[in-house]
Write a protein that binds this ligand. Structure first.
Ligand SMILES: Nc1ncnc2c1ncn2[C@@H]1O[C@H](COP(=O)(O)OP(=O)(O)OP(=O)(O)O)[C@@H](O)[C@H]1O
Ligand SMILES: [Mg+2]
Length: 210
C-alpha cells in the first residue's frame, strides 16, 4: 500500500514550495510520488477550481461553495488518490479536507460537525497518514502570497486573498485547533527559511513512514 501525505495551512505559508521539495526528496530516494492539489487534480476538479477561485458576480453561497469543494474531493479521491495508493505510490496533496474545516468552518462559520460528515462522505473515510500543517502568522502568509501574485504577469484573481486579515486569522487558528485534536497533523513553523522548514518536514516523514 502507498502512503498519503497532505499539506495544509493558510495562503502563502509555503505549502506548494514545501510539497515540491518533499516530492523531489522522496523521488531521489527512489519512491514513486504522485502530487495532486485541491481543489483540482481531475478534469472535473480543475473546471470547478477555476469557478471557485475566480468567484461569480452574484457571490457564492457558503453551502454551495462547500458542496463544490466536496464534489471535487470525491472525484479526486476515487479517480486519482485511491488508485495511486493501491499502486503503492506516495501521494502528496496540496490541501485536503482540513482546509474545508478551517476555511468553511472556522473561517465562514458553517457548522463543523456537518462539514466533518461531508468530508467523510466525499473521501469514503480516507484519512491522510500524515498531515503537515505549515503554520505562519497571517500577515506573513498574505504578504508572501500577494508579492507572488504581483510579481507574476497576468495576476490571477483569488477571491480569498482579497478578504480581510481577520478571516485568515480565524482560519489559521482553525488549523491549529485541528492539529490539537489529531495526532496525524504535525505543525511546522513556516516562518523560517525554506531549507530549514524542508529539513524538518523530511525528518517528520522519515519518522512516520520509515
Ligand atoms: N519559508 C519561506 N520564506 C520566505 N518565502 C517563502 C517561504 N516559503 C515560501 N515562500 C515564498 O512565498 C510565496 C508563497 O509560497 P507558496 O506558493 O509555497 O505558498 P502556498 O502555501 O502554496 O500558498 P497558496 O495557498 O496561495 O497556494 C512564494 O513566492 C514562495 O517562494
Ligand atoms: Mg500553493
Amino acid at each position: 500500500m502507498g502512503f498519503f501525505i497532505t499539506f495544509e495551512g493558510i495562503e502563502g505559508c509555503g505549502k506548494s514550495t514545501q510539497l515540491g521539495l518533499l516530492k523531489a526528496h522522496l523521488e531521489k530516494k527512489g519512491r514513486p510520488v504522485l502530487s495532486v492539489r485541491e481543489p483540482g487534480g481531475t478534469l472535473l476538479g480543475e473546471a470547478v477550481r477555476s469557478v471557485l477561485l475566480s468567484g461569480t458576480e452574484e457571490g457564492v453561497d457558503p453551502w454551495a461553495e462547500l458542496f463544490l469543494y466536496e464534489a471535487c474531493r470525491a472525484q479526486l479521491v476515487s479517480k486519482v488518490i485511491r488508485p495511486a495508493l493501491a499502486a503503492g505510490k506516495v501521494v502528496v496533496s496540496d490541501r485536503f479536507y482540513d482546509s474545508t474545516l478551517a476555511y468553511q468552518g472556522f473561517g465562514r462559520g458553517l457548522d463543523a460537525s456537518k462539514i466533518e460528515s461531508l468530508n467523510e462522505l466525499a473521501t469514503g473515510g480516507l484519512v491522510p497518514d500524515v498531515t503537515i500543517l505549515v503554520d505562519c502568522p497571517e500577515e506573513v502568509g498574505l504578504h508572501r502570497a500577494w508579492s507572488r501574485i504581483n510579481a507574476s504577469a497576468g495576476a490571477r484573481e483569488d477571491r480569498f486573498e482579497k478578504e480581510a486579515l481577520d478571516f485568515h486569522r480565524r482560519v489559521r487558528q482553525g488549523f491549529l485547533e485541528i492539529a490539537k485534536t489529531s495526532a496525524r497533523v504535525k505543525v511546522v513553523d513556516g516562518s523560517r527559511e525554506i531549507s530549514t522548514v524542508h529539513r524538518e518536514i523530511c525528518d517528520i516523514i522519515e519518522g512516520v513512514a520509515g
